[in-house]
Design a protein around this ligand. Structure first.
Ligand SMILES: Cc1ncc(C[n+]2csc(CCOP(=O)(O)OP(=O)(O)O)c2C)c(N)n1
Length: 382
């Protein structure tokens, strides 16, 4: 058993000071110390997949990141680990607990994951070793992690029960804030008169300042943005569906420039918990646009349930400072100008028509290059 600081101090000396994740009772002593140390950032996420995407955004913003989770949460994280970290070569240090370790008396719900934890990491191509439980192992464990992360890949430390000595939790009460404000833009227009995604994106590109970083969600949104214009300030988040707003949060917390997320209704619904984390950590420079065509357009137009969902109200209920809805193209332009001038986080719920260009390209810049030129862009002085 080690003290949390035995691990956290040398980790911080190497630059690991951005932590996110979801708790596990095996992790409690480490997480509690991270929360209690005001020199470290801890973003408590709603899900482990969200935490992985938040960490990816923070890495793009120049941070060295740690994602802490239970091995049962590894299941929630498989999608972004395989379709975001891997193709974009975004490293993170995972600390994954080992509930259900064979031979350990534990709950039945952990049995299977306990048997497959290290094999699951192997299958995902994620190198791992045991979380250090004696001081002499800490330096070598961090060295090994950093050596693998230098190639742009995650590395995992598997934490056994009672690895870290508990010292108690000291966490400040959350600050309550008044509910944000809603404003709607333009006329309600008939569905057939709503803009196409391509028209909204073209208008977006006219209005967005060059200094803004833009993250485009999975599917045709990223492909259409790329087809309209390819710029270093675009992050085409081709996988990790639902993760764009979490990536935007991780980035926006670490840079001063505007961060704009272009989301889809299907993707936003897949990870609604992201809204609450954004609302709580509330970066003022985050603009979250939901382009809502009511369908999973990218996979053939199957309906989502967005017809009965008011994303602007959801955002305000989740703690966003501002939210708006518009149906028409002019309303979108007005809403976007307003959002860019405002203190966020702000959500724009834009109704659009399904459909896309028939000859749609796919980002031809390899994802690892997209990530690196994007990172260079965001880290350049404004
Ligand atoms: C986890 C996961 N599930 C499903 C898919 C397949 N998929 C790719 S894009 C997409 C639809 C996204 O819908 P929405 O966010 O509404 O955007 P739209 O396609 O309408 O632009 C789906 C289901 C995926 N890439 N990842």
């Amino acid at each position: 058993v080690i003290e949390a600081d035995d691990f956290l101090k040398p980790a911080a000396a190497r630059g690991f000071d951005f932590f996110t994740g979801v708790p596990c009772s095996f992790l409690t002593p480490l997480i509690d110390r991270v929360i209690g140390d005001l020199k470290l950032t801890y973003i408590g996420a709603a899900s482990e997949g969200e935490a992985v995407a938040i960490a990816a955004g923070a890495w793009l913003g120049g941070r060295k990141t740690v994602v802490m989770c239970q091995n049962s949460g590894l299941g929630n994280a498989v999608n972004p680990l395989t379709s975001l970290n891997h193709p974009f070569r975004i490293p993170t240090l995972l600390i994954v607990t080992w509930r259900g370790e064979p031979g350990l008396k534990d709950e039945p719900q952990h049995e299977v994951m306990g048997q497959i934890t290290s094999r699951l990491l192997d299958l995902m191509g994620i190198r791992h070793r045991e979380f250090p439980v004696i001081e002499a192992d800490i330096g070598p464990a961090l060295n090994e992690a950093e050596a693998h992360m230098a190639a742009g890949l995650p590395f995992a430390l598997i934490m056994r029960k009672d690895s870290v000595r508990p010292r108690g939790l000291n966490q400040a009460e959350p600050t309550l804030k008044p509910r944000g404000q809603r404003r709607d833009f333009g006329e309600t227009v008939a569905p057939a008169a709503r803009p196409m995604r391509r028209e909204a994106l073209a208008r977006f590109l006219e209005l967005i300042p060059d200094r803004a970083a833009v993250i485009a969600t999975t599917g045709k949104c990223a492909r259409e943005l790329f087809t309209l214009t390819d710029r270093p300030q675009h992050f085409y988040q081709v996988g990790s569906m639902g993760g764009a707003s979490a990536l935007g949060l991780g980035l926006a917390l670490n840079v001063k420039r505007p961060v704009v997320v272009l989301d889809g209704d299907g993707a936003a619904l897949m990870k609604l918990g992201n809204l609450a984390t954004i609302g709580a950590f509330a970066p003022t420079n985050l603009v979250h646009i939901v382009l809502d065509n009511g369908v999973h357009d990218s996979t053939g137009g199957q309906q989502t349930v967005s017809a009965t969902v008011d994303f602007a109200d959801l955002a305000l209920a989740a703690g966003y400072r501002l939210a708006a809805r518009s149906d028409g193209l002019e309303g979108f332009a007005d809403g976007l100008r307003w959002a860019l001038a405002a203190e966020g986080p702000v959500l724009l719920h834009q109704k659009i028509r399904p459909g896309s260009e028939p000859l749609l390209g796919r980002p031809s810049v390899p994802p690892d290059q997209v990530a690196r030129r994007f990172k260079d862009f965001v880290l350049n002085p404004l």
